[in-house]
Ligand binder design. Structure first.
Ligand code: UDP
Ligand code: MG
Length: 315
């Protein structure tokens, strides 16, 4: 019997988990030809999420959980899940019911056809502000322009991955993870399935503007060095223009003499160049910071327990 694992990173989801679990049980009852595993990753929740998961495990031995030692963020929580799931494929979904469980059936159909990475495409984005939608789409366009690897807009972490893809992703142990980019980077046979994204049922979204910005910067810096190239190009252009202007100024001074003037233009030039240099330094700093973080070579996460006891990840 093939085994399907459902991976659910959960952070402060005590209200959503029982609802989600009930819906999942319905889906799995319809697909009784598979063996199922529900893998919850408790990402250092501050509420009763862990107790809720433990209760579910008492009623149902298909429930397993990884309890992380603190809040590591969704990206790392997913990696922890990859390390511990035992299925032949994994369905990743959010705990907040924004990802409707009925799609799992379609995922599995495609998987049986031989696809290794079946991703869900949001047809609508649910209740999101206009600005957030616009920003997100512009961001994907930008990212897409700066890299050869295809990054898909309106596609998130809701997807089914074959064991082969999971093993690939497990080898990529970046500290600052941008899993969305990794799915594309590893290749594999991909296909999309459309779905309507619902609204979060309980609790609130953990993403605020600054965490989204952080993820966006992470996405770019972990994926491409195009910004560095842009700074060099800007430097070359500004330097060439400055050189032409210098020749002009010298010739003018020789022909017409040099009455001291031009304080405003001097200020403008200095301030502009100072600004450009600071931006360049900032971009450089982003990459140096990443090198610093990766070079420490720490484990990406620590667990408190697996199903209540200490347990090494699967080999
Ligand atoms: N999540 C997590 N760790 C975090 C933040 C979020 O594991 O630090 C989980 C959360 O429990 C949910 C999923 O990631 O299952 C998506 O989170 P959320 O709904 O807040 O994000 P959004 O849907 O707004 O993008
Ligand atoms: Mg959500």
């Amino acid at each position: 019997m093939k085994k399907v694992s459902i991976l659910i990173p959960s952070y402060n989801e005590e209200q959503s988990l029982p609802l989600l679990y009930n819906q999942l049980v319905e889906v799995t009852n319809n697909l009784a030809q598979y063996e199922w595993e529900f893998m919850f990753v408790n990402d250092g929740s501050r509420d009763n999420t862990l107790n809720v998961i433990q209760q579910l495990r008492e009623q149902d031995n298909r429930v397993n959980y990884v309890d992380l030692s603190r809040n590591f963020g969704k990206e790392v929580a997913m990696l922890a899940g990859f390390d511990y799931v035992t299925g032949d494929c994994v369905v990743i979904m959010d705990a907040d019911l924004q990802h409707p469980p009925y799609v799992i059936e379609e995922f599995i159909k495609k998987w049986e056809e031989g696809y290794e990475d079946v991703y869900a495409i949001r047809r609508t984005r649910g209740k999101e502000s206009f600005i957030r939608k616009k920003l997100s789409l512009t961001y994907y366009k930008l990212l897409q322009h700066s890299t050869r690897v295809e990054v898909l807009p309106n596609v998130g972490d809701f997807r089914l991955l074959d064991r082969k893809c999971i093993n690939m992703l497990r080898q990529m142990r970046d500290q600052e993870r941008y899993t969305k980019g990794m799915y594309c980077w590893i290749g594999c046979r991909k296909i999309g399935v459309e779905f309507e994204q619902g609204d979060r049922q309980e609790g609130e979204s953990k993403w605020n503007f600054s965490s989204l910005l952080n993820l966006a910067i992470n996405g770019i810096t972990s994926f491409t060095i195009a910004p560095l190239r842009m700074v060099s190009v800007a430097g070359i252009i500004i330097a060439s223009l400055a050189f032409i202007y210098m020749v002009y100024v010298i010739i003018k001074a020789i022909i017409y003499g040099d009455p001291v003037a031009g304080f405003p233009s001097l200020m403008v030039a200095i301030l502009f160049l100072g600004g450009v240099q600071l931006i360049g330094l900032g971009i450089l700093g982003e990459y140096v910071g990443r090198i610093f973080n990766e070079s420490k070579n720490r484990p990406v996460y620590f667990i408190e327990s697996f199903n209540g006891e200490y347990h090494e990840p699967n080999q």
